[in-house]
Design a protein around this ligand. Structure first.
Ligand code: BGC
Length: 260
C-alpha cells in the first residue's frame, strides 16, 4: 500500500523551473497544483562571460542540488526570443547564445528533458495560471519592467510566444531604453517622470493590442503604488502577484505542458 501512496505522490503534477538572468541563475521544483515552490530555491551567480557552456554548467549545478525524479521535466527561462528551443536574440547574456539550441545545451549538461522559453512568457504564463490574471478571460498582457521590458500575451489561456513589445519604437527610440526600470535607475528619474514615460508606453501598447487586462511584473512591481496610480489608461492595470517566483513557476508549468 505504501508503494501506491509513494507513486501517487510523485505523480502529482510537478516540474523543475530554472530562471536564467543576467546576474543570477535560480531554480526550484514546483508544485503545479498550487503554483508554488516545493522546496527552497537555489541560486548561483551567472558566470561571466555568460557563454552557453558556462551557463549550462551552472544550471546543472542548480539542478544537481536537488534530488529529483529522473523523468521530471525542466523548464528554463531565457532573456531572449526562443523559437522551438533556439535563442534568436540575447538580452543581458553573451551574444554567442544567438542561434544556440538552449534546450539541447541544457539537456546535455543536466541529462534531463528540457523545455526553454522566453523569460517574460514564463512569468506572464504563471500570472495567468496562479497570479494576478487567474481566471481572466480574453487577452491578458503581462509586462515585466526590469533591465529590459519583457512582454507576454495570453489569449483565453493560450500563450502567444515571443511578443517583443519592449522594443516598440516610440519617439524614434527603442521603448525599453526609456521606460524599463533600468532607465529609471540609470537616469535617477522621479516616480512622476518615469510614470510619464510609462504612460506613453502603455498607451501605445493598449492602442495596438487592446488587452482586457495588463499585469505589471518585474522587481519594481512591489513598489506599484508609486507609479501605477499615476497612469491613465482605458485598460485595467494591476501588479503581478508572484513577483520573483513567476519565472520559475511559469517555466515549470510550460515544461510540463510541452513534455508531459
Ligand atoms: C528581450 C526580451 C526579454 C526582455 C526581458 C528584452 O530586451 O528582447 O526577449 O523578455 O528583455 O528580459
Amino acid at each position: 500500500m505504501s508503494d501506491n501512496t509513494d507513486h501517487e505522490a510523485s505523480a502529482a503534477p510537478a516540474a523543475f523551473g530554472i530562471d536564467i538572468g543576467g546576474s543570477g541563475i535560480k531554480g526550484a521544483p514546483v508544485d503545479l497544483v498550487v503554483g508554488e515552490f516545493a522546496a527552497d530555491r537555489v541560486r548561483v551567480p551567472t558566470p561571466q562571460p555568460s557563454t552557453p557552456s558556462a551557463v549550462a554548467d551552472a544550471v546543472a549545478e542548480v539542478v544537481a542540488s536537488f534530488q529529483l525524479p529522473g523523468e521530471l521535466p525542466i523548464g528554463v527561462t531565457f532573456p531572449a526570443v526562443i523559437q522551438h528551443g533556439v535563442a534568436r536574440s540575447a538580452a543581458n547574456v553573451d551574444d554567442s547564445w544567438i542561434g544556440t539550441d538552449v534546450e539541447k545545451v541544457v539537456a546535455k549538461a543536466t541529462g534531463r528533458r528540457v523545455h526553454a522559453v522566453n523569460d517574460a512568457d514564463a512569468a506572464g504564463y504563471a500570472e495567468t495560471l496562479y497570479g494576478a490574471a487567474r481566471g481572466q478571460e480574453g487577452t491578458v498582457l503581462v509586462v515585466t519592467l526590469g533591465t529590459g521590458i519583457g512582454t507576454c500575451m495570453v489569449v483565453d489561456g493560450t500563450l502567444v510566444p515571443n511578443l517583443e513589445l519592449g522594443h516598440l519604437e516610440i519617439d524614434g527610440k527603442d521603448a525599453e531604453t526609456r521606460a524599463a526600470d533600468s532607465a529609471r535607475e540609470r537616469e535617477e528619474l522621479t516616480w512622476e517622470r518615469w510614470a510619464k514615460r510609462l504612460q506613453k508606453y502603455f498607451r501605445t501598447v493598449e492602442d495596438l493590442v487592446w488587452p482586457d487586462l495588463i499585469v505589471v511584473g518585474g522587481g519594481v512591481s512591489k513598489k506599484h503604488e508609486k507609479f501605477l496610480p499615476l497612469l491613465e489608461l482605458r485598460t485595467p492595470i494591476v501588479p503581478a502577484t508572484l513577483r520573483n517566483d513567476a519565472g520559475i513557476v511559469g517555466a515549470a508549468a510550460l515544461a510540463r505542458r510541452a513534455l508531459p
